[in-house]
Each structure stands twice: as structure tokens, then as C-alpha cells.
Write a protein that binds this ligand. Structure first.
Ligand code: HPA
Length: 279
């Protein structure tokens, strides 16, 4: 086995006795959804610090733990706090949690994040279903020896974000009377926000929203054959659009303002996903 997947196995072994069930859905919480656990029936939590060989996030406001619980009837593992490339970790560390949740048994991955609006028709507080992504500005997490037993060396990326899952999100949003955007997410390394010229480039490349996470996680999960969906919360218009300076506070404020709606949407979608997977 490759060193990377041996490490995943090591992390798994160090906590397997504490994992209460085989999760079916893995949910990654972005900014503003951090307190999502209050919504659900929590069965167990595992602090990232307690996992041997696990990269631990350093960003303030990002708690680091796996939460195991039932969303409706769906056994889920929830990442409260992700690892970002800009923290200085290599890509294999950034996506290790995704591979670990797969190792636990999750075959559906639901990604959420905060992002800057690049599409001029978007506004702060909008939600965007991720239809596709651009990760050309960050290294691929698949660089290095390939673990052939889990996924192919040259991995097809034609439909990373599952059409059926996207349909569920559209339907749920409609039921809630919620306008929802659908577009392309572009990942930058961060940690600095983009310049206006970079944002213009992103738009010219066909991106609708920009952020510093998620794309690489989807790449790793796609390699593992997981079914993937993602929703971005547009917390601000990207640099140069509104004329105002960007701040982490603004991102947090918008995320907090719409978090109730976001949580309702996420819960509704996961319950529907249950119909696709065995529960
Ligand atoms: N750029 C990059 N990442 C972000 C932004 C942004 O404008 N807003 C929230 N995350």
C-alpha cells in the first residue's frame, strides 16, 4: 500500500474502537455551518488531536472534530473544521480527512463552504450548487504514487458533482422557496483574498465563485469513487466588485445571517440522500 493510504489506515486504526457506526454520508462543514451539530442527534465526537497522524487545523474559529450522528435516519460523519492548504500542509494532509471518512464507510460526500461571488448576478447570502470546479491553481492531491486498489492513476473527472444529488438540492431549495444558484467553483490557495484582477481572471475562466477549499477534497473523493455534492454560501462579492474591502469578519457575518436557512437545506438534502443509499 502507498504511504499515504497506510497513514489513512493508521488514523482509522487509532479510532476504530470509537466509531459508533458505519457512516453513509460524510458532511464537511464550511464557515457558518460550524454549529450544525446542534441540529442532529449526536452519538459520538472524536477530536482531531486524538487521531494519530491527523493534520490539525490552526485557523481560529475552525473547531476540529468528527461528529457522528443521525441526520434523520442517516448515519453521518461530520467534519467540523477542515484542513486548508494555506495552513502549510501538503495536499495529501489536506485531503486525508476525506480519505479517512471514506475508510469509515461513507460513500456520499456533501461539501459546504463559504465563497466569494465572482458571477456579477450573485449577491451576498446566495447559495450556489457546485456544478463543476477549477483546481488548476492548486496542486492535485493525487500527485505521488497511486494506490491502484482504491482508484485509477488517470482519474476521469467528467462528472465530479453528482447530477442526482444536485437535483435533490434543487428540489429541496424549491420546496423551501429558496432561490439557488448553480455554478463553477474555483479554488485558489489563499490565504490572502484575491486581487480584483485575479477575480476578473476567474470570471473569464468561467468561474462563478471563488474559495480556498473544497475543490481538492472533491478531487480526492472522486478518485475514491464517492458520490459528491457541494453547496457554496456566497458570503461576499469577490474583490473589486462591491468597491469595499474584504474581511474575514464580513464572511463570518453573512454566514451567520443565513446559517439557519443553510442548515435547513443541508438537513433536507441529507434526508433525501437516504433514499439513494442503503439505510
Ligand atoms: N475569496 C476566497 N475565499 C473566500 C472568499 C473570497 O472572496 N469569501 C469566502 N471565502
Amino acid at each position: 500500500m502507498t504511504a499515504v493510504f497506510e497513514r489513512v489506515a493508521g488514523c482509522y486504526e487509532s479510532i476504530r474502537g470509537r466509531i459508533p457506526f458505519e457512516p453513509q454520508v460524510a458532511l464537511v462543514l464550511g464557515s457558518g455551518l460550524g454549529d450544525y451539530a446542534q441540529e442532529i442527534q449526536v452519538v459520538e465526537t472524536i477530536d482531531y488531536h486524538d487521531i494519530e497522524g491527523f493534520p490539525v487545523s490552526t485557523v481560529s474559529g475552525h473547531k476540529g472534530q468528527f461528529i457522528f450522528g443521525y441526520i434523520g435516519k442517516v448515519p453521518a460523519v461530520i467534519m467540523q473544521g477542515r484542513v486548508h492548504y494555506y495552513e502549510g500542509y501538503p495536499m495529501e494532509d489536506v485531503v486525508l480527512p476525506i480519505r479517512l471518512m471514506w475508510k469509515m464507510g461513507a460513500r456520499v460526500l456533501f461539501l459546504t463552504n463559504a465563497a466569494g461571488g465572482v458571477n456579477l448576478d450573485y449577491g451576498p447570502g446566495d447559495f450556489m450548487i457546485i456544478r463543476d470546479h477549477i483546481t488548476s491553481f492548486v496542486p492535485s492531491p493525487l500527485i505521488g504514487p497511486n494506490e491502484d486498489s482504491v482508484g485509477p492513476r488517470f482519474c476521469d473527472m467528467s462528472s465530479v458533482y453528482d447530477e442526482e444529488l444536485r437535483q435533490i438540492i434543487r428540489r429541496k431549495a424549491k420546496e423551501m422557496g429558496l432561490k439557488i444558484q448553480e455554478g463553477v467553483y474555483i479554488q485558489t490557495t489563499g490565504p490572502e483574498y484575491e486581487t480584483p484582477a485575479t477575480v476578473k481572471m476567474c470570471r473569464l475562466l468561467g468561474a462563478d465563485a471563488v474559495g480556498m477549499s473544497t475543490g481538492c477534497e472533491a478531487v480526492a473523493a472522486n478518485h475514491l469513487g464517492m458520490r459528491i455534492c457541494g453547496i457554496s454560501c456566497i458570503t461576499n462579492m469577490a474583490a473589486g466588485i462591491s468597491g469595499r474591502e474584504l474581511s474575514h469578519e464580513e464572511v463570518g457575518e453573512t454566514a451567520a445571517r443565513v446559517s439557519r436557512t443553510f442548515k435547513t437545506l443541508v438537513t433536507g438534502v441529507v434526508k433525501e440522500i437516504a433514499k439513494l443509499v442503503r439505510v
